[in-house]
Design a protein around this ligand. Structure first.
Ligand code: SF4
Length: 220
């Protein structure tokens, strides 16, 4: 089995429930969505450069960093053939594995076969133009170790995030993250919205890696 890996690197988790902790990122090539604000478009192009790596090769590479967290990302990592086997093996090796997924791909099988994996699942809001692709059945498999991340472009997105969150009772199942699209909406507007709506279950997150490094910098 060969995996299409764009890059493997160590950094801090810029977002998610392990934000601020060291993690080894495995970024896979390709995505089935096309969000207006995508910051990894370069990894999604059909001609984007990638390495073909075997399962054992990937595990060996990540073990060398001696870090407990692994963030599996993309693109959309769950489109990779054999991704369940890789997640299973990483989990068996004792890593804390977080999967960043775009919300359009079913999580049922992975949740059943690799129960220790933690999902950070995007819910694409109207500002992304991808909301119609969301698989809301995924909400049924999310638990306290998982998070739904709403990437917010504007006030309309905020209102929609609250409606979706209430409709599916997300606050009782999993973590809720609100992440402003970089330079599209002021984080303060999100805080004001949270206060006005007494949205105590939601957590504002700023993409730390864009504050620490040049927002365009890759591999951080
Ligand atoms: S789902 Fe993620 S990787 Fe895919 S286009 Fe949207 S932002 Fe980019």
């Amino acid at each position: 089995m060969k995996y299409k890996v764009v890059e493997i690197f160590e950094s801090i988790n810029g977002e998610g429930m392990k934000a601020g902790e060291l993690s080894v990122f495995i970024r896979f090539a390709g995505c089935n969505l096309c969000c207006g604000y995508c910051d990894t478009k370069w990894a999604n192009e059909t001609d984007a450069p990638y390495m073909e790596m075997e399962l054992e090769e990937i595990v060996e590479r990540v073990q060398a960093y001696q870090v407990k967290n692994i963030t599996v990302t993309g693109g959309e990592p769950l489109l990779q053939k054999g991704i369940a086997e890789l997640l299973q093996l990483l989990s068996q090796k004792g890593f804390f594995v977080e999967v960043e997924t775009n919300g359009s791909v079913s999580l049922q099988e992975i949740a059943k076969n690799v129960p220790d994996v933690s999902f950070t699942m995007d819910y694409k809001l109207p500002g992304s133009k991808m909301e119609q692709k969301m698989n809301t059945e995924n909400f049924m498999v999310l638990t306290a170790k998982d998070a739904v991340k709403f990437v917010v472009s504007d006030h309309l997105d905020l209102k929609r995030a609250l409606v979706v969150s209430q409709e599916y009772g997300l606050g009782r199942k999993c973590n809720i993250l609100l992440s402003p699209v970089f330079e599209a909406i002021e984080p303060e507007e999100i805080v004001t919205f949270m206060k006005e709506n007494h949205w105590t279950e939601a957590r504002l997150q700023i993409q730390m890696h864009k504050v620490i490094w040049d927002p365009q910098k890759r591999g951080v």
